[in-house]
Each structure stands twice: as C-alpha cells, then as structure tokens.
Design a protein around this ligand. Sequence first.
Ligand code: NOJ
Length: 531
Amino acid sequence: MTQYAWWQTGVIYQIYPRSFMDGNNDGVGDLNGITQRLDYLQWLGVDAIWLSPIYPSPMADFGYDISNYTDIEPLFGNLEDFDRLLEQAHQRGMKCILDFVPCHSSDQHPWFREARSSQDNPKRDWYIWRDPAPDGGVPNNWLSNFGGTAWQYDEQTQQYYLHMFDARQPDLNWRNPEVRNAMLDAMRFWLERGVDGFRVDVIWMMVKDMQFRDNPLRLDWKPGDSNESIQIGVYTEDQPEVHEIIRGMRALVDGYAGDRVLIGEIYLEAEKLVTYYGPQLDEVHMPFNFQFITMESWSAETIRSCVDAYEAMLPTGAWPNWVLGNHDRPRIATRIGCDQIRIAQMLLLTLRGTPTCYYGDELGMENVVVPVEMINDPPGKKNPLFSRDPERTPMQWDASPNAGFSAAGIQPWLPIAQDYQQQNIEVEQQDPHSYLALVRALLSLRHDIPALSIGTYTAVLDVPEGCFAFLREHEEQRLLVVLNCSGPDLELTLPRLGQGHILLATSLDREGKVELSALQLPANEGYIIEL
Ligand code: NOJ
C-alpha cells in the first residue's frame, strides 16, 4: 500500500508572525504569541504551520530582508522561544515549516557589508555587481518587483548592485559556490533544530542570466498593472541553472529523517511550474500552485479548466497543491466577494492536493483599508495601489480592544479591521453556522475521509453552467463535490450516480439523502455528497 507523507495528507496554515498574536504587547506579533495560540490551531484542525520569516531583520521588507540566517529577530523572541514553539507544535502533532529566503539578504547582513567595502573584498562576488553603462547609467533594463530599476549605485565602490526587490535586499550570487555552501549550512542549522521543512522564497528567481541581457517589455502592460508585469523576466527568472541548485537543497532536506518538506514559491504558468518537481521528482516536493490567486475571473468554467489542465500536466507521481491566499495578494474574500467564500473554502479543502490556508481566511477576513500615511509596505510606499498591508492586518481573536491581538492601549503595527467585534474567532466559535464552523468541519472531514485527502480526482462534465462538480474516490469510497459558483439556483441531473447522502453543505444546514437525478443546488451553495 502506498504510504503518504504528512505534507500530502495534511493541511498547511500560513502564519504571518507580525500579525498573528502579540505575546509581549509591543504592537507586533511574536513567537510566544504563536505558542499561546497553538491550542486554537489544534482545535481548528490544521496539520502544519508555516511561519513567514522570523530571522533577524531590519524589516525593510518585514523579514524578507535577513541580516542573520541562523538566529531569531528580537522583536519575535529568541532561539529558546523558537525551540519552545517547535516543541509545543510537535506535542500537538503539528509540523512547523520555516520560510527560507535565499535569493537576497538584507543590506545589513555582514556578508553584504563586507562585499560593499571594496571591489576586491573576498565577499564581493557573493552579490551581483556590475560596472555602470558607458553613459554612467544602469547596467541593463532589469526592473525591481517593487518598482523602478533593479540596480542600486554604490558611491564608494562605483559599481551597481542588483536587487530584484527593495534596494535594501541585495541579490545573492548563487553562481558562487561559497554562497551555496553558506546557505545550505543555514538550512542545516534549522533542520538540526527539528524544523519540518522550508517554504523557499522566490525560488525561481535565484539565478540570473550570466550575460545580463535586457528583458523584453510586455507590450500590453498598462499603468495599474503590477510592477513585475512590465517586463517578461526572460533573463531574471526561471533560468535553467536554478534546477541544479534546487536539487542540492532537496538532497540536503532528504538527508534528514521524518519527511522534511521543500516547497517553492513560484509564480509561473502551470507548464513551467511543474518542471520544478524535477526530472526525477528530485527538486521541490511542491512548487506552490497559485492559479486560484492569479486567475482573472472566478467562475466554475475557469476553475474547472485550471484544475483539469494542472492535473493533466503533473508529472507522474508528483503531488499537487492549492492555495487561496497569502501575505502578498489581496485576501480571497476581497478578491471574489463574500458570497463565494464558502465555495472557495470547500473547493480548497476537497480538491486533490495539499491545501495551504492563510491566517484569518478561516474567519472570512477581508482586506483592511490602511490609510496612506500608515502604509508600511515598501511597494505600497511607492504606489499605494500595490501595498500588501491590507492583507496583513492583525488576527481578530475576540471583541476586546485590539481584537485580542495586543492588549488595550497598545497601537498594533497595522490597523485592525473595523468589523472585528462581529468577525472574530470567539464570536464565530459560538455560532454553529459561522464561516469558521464550516472551515473546521471541512478540515475534520478531510482528516476522516481518505477519499478527500488521497483519493483520485475526476471532473464531472455533464453539469449546468455555473457548477463545478468532481468525484473523489478511494477504494470503496466515492464522494461527489458540487459547487454552485454562480448567482442563480441550479438543478443537476446526474441519474447515473443514483442516490447520495450529503455529508456537508456550505450553508451547514442541509444534510441527508439526495437523488442525483434531480439535485437542487441553491446559489453560492456547495455539497460534499457520499455516493
Ligand atoms: C516573496 C515574498 O512572499 C514577499 O513577501 C517578499 O516581499 C518577496 N518575496 C521578496 O522576498
């Protein structure tokens, strides 16, 4: 019988540490805060937590600018706090995945300080330096994902360094073997401490073109489109050499007992995405599949076609995964609207493949309006339209001041949603029909029913427009999931499927026997039906 790893059968929950729980009342979340809330996560029923970066950082990009890869940022606590969190998570049967950020460090990292001290410093080549163009300008047309050129001039040594994100995040030179060794050592440090794996930041951008050729421009780009879409990253991303580096990371992770996992952050179209599993399934265990985040319209037809195309493209033996939200993109409730979020959650938690849930999405949290003068996020400071602060606001625990995130009287680092007194964990825990109750019920079914976690997936095509339906099957178990992704009520006519039994409805108020020859499916309603 096939054995499945925990990261295949389990559900991952992303914590943005600054915003989850403020354990020491300084307005910023921390490790002890997370530890305090592990019981909640266990109650919810997730299997693993992924922590966005917790390493020492000047916080130019809120932790994605690391100044020491093997310690804890004092704002978040210290190594003892981390060890306690890890131990407490493990005691509750939960795994813990760290965010690893190999593409760039902070400009305050001692490596970069050394590198920028002179052109012949031994660490110079750890970063990517170029002479100015003959006119003194930037070496080529590469653009930063946060807007503007990707090159920063260094007065002292009279060269430009590359930064694909903020200027305070210089890109590391992964063509240099010393960089590779230092980074693998950092991964070892955490693996030996017992972490269960890594989510690797912008893994597909670790290597750049050796000839520094200009990127082509996207001709259909218009103001308001994202910064990263101005150019096609032909020479700054998805370079062939990156795969060998990832295989090195994978070999390292696989050398540790206990199914440690390597997940890659990759925004690429599905055909390219799946190449990151590796020719022998020897690269990342899962390249994050962001199709539900990047898709332009939310409809049964687009969802079905993206699921079917992805399923068809997966290499043999590769394990799929799905994501509805993260700290970089508007929250799902804001993107698709509140009417459809129950459907979205049922979709995420019934599809084949590991689901990753973003903190607060289980409440139905929406983007919070952050006044321009309070914007923290670097791309948001350049253009408020691109601020990611709205999806990073503090978790809403209860109706007390500051939503129970920080004590009363403390100013949290980002504003709390105005409706937090109605929309919070405590209130939703008491309401058997709440959105949170649905998410918890879905998680519990996914745990109890192998067909949902490891069963096969088959789309059901003879359903009316606006409905996405699929079967999940394992041994004798056969489940039908039907999702009404549109406004009108629908009737499904599937006589060949006979009778069924509703295990869970998104409204949480329908169960029992149904005839599949004439199944009424109200607007914005979904069912998991046992056949
Ligand atoms: C992707 C991360 O998710 C994002 O938050 C960060 O700004 C960039 N990588 C740069 O590290």
